[in-house]
Ligand binder design. Sequence first.
Ligand code: GDP
Ligand code: MG
Length: 341
Amino acid sequence: MQGEEQFGPTSRSPGDRPRARTRRIRERLVVVIPALDEEVGIARTIYDIKRSFAGTNFKILVVDGGSTDQTVSVASKAGATVIPQRQSGYGDALSTGFHYGYHYLRADILLTLDADGTYDAHDARTIVDRIEAGEVDYAIGRRRANQESMTLFRKYGNILISWATCRLLRLKGIKDTQSGLMAFRSYLIRQEDLLTTGWGINTEMLKLAKELGLRIGEYDTKYYARLGKSKLNPVLSGAVDIAIALRLMRDTEPLLMFGFGGGMMMAIGVGFGIVDLFIWSQTHLVSVAYTVLSALALMVGLQLVSLGLVAEMLKTRLRKRRYVSPKLFERHARIPRHLKS
Ligand SMILES: Nc1nc2c(ncn2[C@@H]2O[C@H](COP(=O)(O)OP(=O)(O)O)[C@@H](O)[C@H]2O)c(=O)[nH]1
Ligand SMILES: [Mg+2]
């Protein structure tokens, strides 16, 4: 196929004319690996990445969360650049790494994966290739776990969280919003200081990517049993993910969120009012309890709807500030690579 590049030595017969296109200079990739006490898995993770991305333009950045074991020295020896994170938490580690990768290492594409050997480095390469090929701007590795590598509780919890997140954020076709393997075009974090410092960062980034109109894709990836001990509390992280999704919804779809809540309250108020009327029609007595409940629910409902309307107006007025400049966006995202000169 024309336009497709060959890497490594090409098998050209003596009579062939030189190819019109030379070997493409690959985009710069920064691999961000968050690590907290991962001396058992970090070296393997780094070596696997090195092998998979051999011959390409990449740098490995380990973001250390204050490990008390040998993580930092093992990672440095394995050839990674190690930096400390700014504050604490998984989200902060990623945010630190992404900003460092973009501003200091001039990354075109950012990739992240765990330091525990759970993700497959070849699959990581595949999702980066999809971005380089211009197929998507944001790629997630959808975990295809076997029973041993993920408990059933986590597996079904993850399905539920992903479903709820997609419903709340109106994302279509994403099945694994919480995957630790993802890659994206680096300008995604250009203007946005990610708010989350904890586990909700995946949700926040996904929402941002959708808002910016990035093409989001999901690709199957193998998911192995973890090396070392997990840092995640699945119940807590699930609750945080939902809370983050709700917070983002409050900021981006306030009318829907408050309007829905307000509408429900008003419906309850009307319901109590009808019961009250029914009692009155039968007994010619007014139930104080139903009257008070009805009035209360109607008032709260009305307030929520009003809040939704005001918040919607604020959102519209503040919206422009969240976006990267359209010019920059055009340059990176809209025009497929093979059409750029
Ligand atoms: N720097 C840093 N890394 C963290 C922190 N919490 C978790 N990690 C790393 O983030 C990755 C994901 O955590 P992990 O325990 O594997 O969660 P799980 O994959 O959901 O079980 C691992 O590489 C952890 O070492 C943190 O607070 N700071
Ligand atoms: Mg992990």
